[in-house]
Structures are given as C-alpha cells and as structure tokens.
Design a protein around this ligand. Structure first.
Ligand code: ADP
Length: 255
C-alpha cells in the first residue's frame, strides 16, 4: 500500500511550493487517477514517489517502508514508472522488455528473467513483435511495450504519466483495459494522470483533483460534479446520463 502523508515540495528555495500538503493512500490492486490542469503538480508528485525528487517535508511510504531510505534498485523492484516521453534505445521489443529486469539481473540476464519476459509478451499478445525494433512501432504499440517493460520489473505498483496522451481511441481503450487487467489479475496498484475526464472515470477506482499543488477534491466518481470540475479546470461542462453512465460534455458555447 502506498501512503503519502502531508508531502510538500519545491524545486529550489527561490521557488514557491509546487506540492503543498499532499496526502493520499492507495491499496494494492487499486487504480488512482490524478487530474488537474497543466502545471498543477502531477508529474512532480510522481517524481517524488519514484525518488527522482525528494519531498521537502512529509513522508512517502510503501508497505510501511519510507521510500527515501531504500536504494534505487530496491525502489525499482517496488515501483515502475512509465513517463510521458517514453525513450527507447534501438533494441528489439524482446530486449527492451528484458531491460525492465535490469534491477534484478544487473549485468547478464538468466533463465528466470527470460521466462518472465516470455510470459509478459504472451499475456499482452506481443509475441509476434518480439524480434521487431521498437523504433519501428506505432505510438500505441510503443505505449504497450513501455507497459510490458514496466511489468517485467515485477513491481508492486506502477505509475503512468499520461499513458494515453497521443493515442487514438482504439489504443486508448486498449491501454485502459490493459491497466485494469494488470491491477486486478496481479494485484498491482496503479497511480496515473489522465487528461480526458471520461477516460479517467472509466479507468479509476479513486480520484484526486489537483490545483496549485494541492489535492482539492478526492474520492470515488461522485467527485465528478459540475461544480468541482469547473473549479479545477475552469471549464464549462455538463454531465449527462447515457445508458446509466455518467458522461461529461463540453458545454462552452451552449445556449
Ligand atoms: P503537471 O504535471 O500537472 O503539468 P508539473 O508537476 O510538471 O505539473 O509542474 C508543476 C509546477 O512545477 C509548474 O509550475 C512547473 O513550472 C514547475 N516545475 C516543473 N519542473 C520544474 C523544474 N525542474 N524546476 C522548476 N520548476 C519546475
């Protein structure tokens, strides 16, 4: 379980706080979605969790262990991060996914590492891609490979920064389904940012609305109200019911 307690963070003493008193808890197998306008602090929060940055105050623990007290390698075995700008070397899909296990094997992979990669490629329907160079793949395929590489880390938790950023609708659905499958079948918790509000509701169990470095609203999907969304995004929206499902639509320009 991830537990973030009263975390504040600034990039330097000359700058104001970018995270201001953030607290949240995420259980194993749960999907938490962080929403907020650009610059509200989502990526900075993720960087603090994975240890690229360290909180100025407050604490982040995983299963009761303070993440700032363990090595990078140990942290990589608990938490896998898929950043917004995925960078791959010029490797095959197989070797790219295998690199996810580097915190386990260090220099040379063993039979077990290869078995883990084979299983993940099979589960994700990627076997036929194994020998392809990742540089040749489409955006959706690369996103899937990035998730496969994160899974090869055999983490307890995955963090995705905008996983559906540049994807078409079919690939968006694919990533949402894949994330849900992983959370349910492997009991891995997922914390992700998503821009699209409807996609967020589709994906998440819990939601955190951020503004100016603070979590202003949190809870289940009951927090998707016209008032809260207008407050966070400064946008004009309507919420309609379609076949029993809450759908958010842009109402700017409506009479
Ligand atoms: P989001 O992911 O919600 O778009 P970010 O966490 O990227 O927000 O940014 C939050 C704030 O932190 C912004 O005001 C941004 O300008 C600032 N910021 C981000 N990275 C740095 C950095 N390396 N140095 C200084 N300020 C930064």
């Amino acid at each position: 379980m991830l537990s973030i307690s009263d975390v504040s963070f600034r990039y330097s003493n000359r700058y104001p706080m970018v995270l201001d008193g953030i607290s949240l808890e995420l259980n194993d197998g749960e999907i938490g979605v962080v929403l907020g306008r650009n610059g509200s602090g989502k990526t900075t929060l993720f960087k603090n969790i994975i240890g690229i940055e360290s909180p100025t105050s407050g604490s982040i623990t995983f299963d009761g262990v303070d993440l700032s007290t363990i090595s990078r390698r140990e942290r990589a075995q608990k938490i896998a991060y898929v950043p917004q700008d995925i960078r791959f070397g010029s490797l095959t899909v197989y070797d790219t996914v295998l690199m996810g296990r580097v915190s386990y094997f260090g220099f040379k992979s063993g039979k077990h590492d290869q078995d883990v990669v084979d299983e993940i490629l099979c589960e994700m329907g990627l076997e036929s891609f194994a020998a392809r160079n990742v540089q040749e793949l489409s955006g959706g395929e690369r996103q899937k490979i990035a998730i496969a590489r994160a899974l090869a880390q055999e983490p307890r938790m995955m963090i995705f920064d905008e996983p559906t950023g540049n994807l078409d609708i079919a690939n968006e659905q694919l990533i949402v389904e894949e994330a849900k499958r992983v959370a349910r079948e492997k009991n891995i918790s997922i914390l992700t940012s998503v821009h699209d509000l409807n996609l967020a509701m589709e994906l998440g169990d819990k939601f955190y609305f951020m503004k100016g470095g603070r979590i202003v609203y949190s809870g289940r999907d009951e927090i998707f109200t016209v008032e809260n969304i207008s407050d966070i995004f400064d946008a004009q929206i309507r919420i309609v019911d379609i076949d029993g499902k809450k759908v958010i639509i842009n109402s700017k320009g409506d009479k």
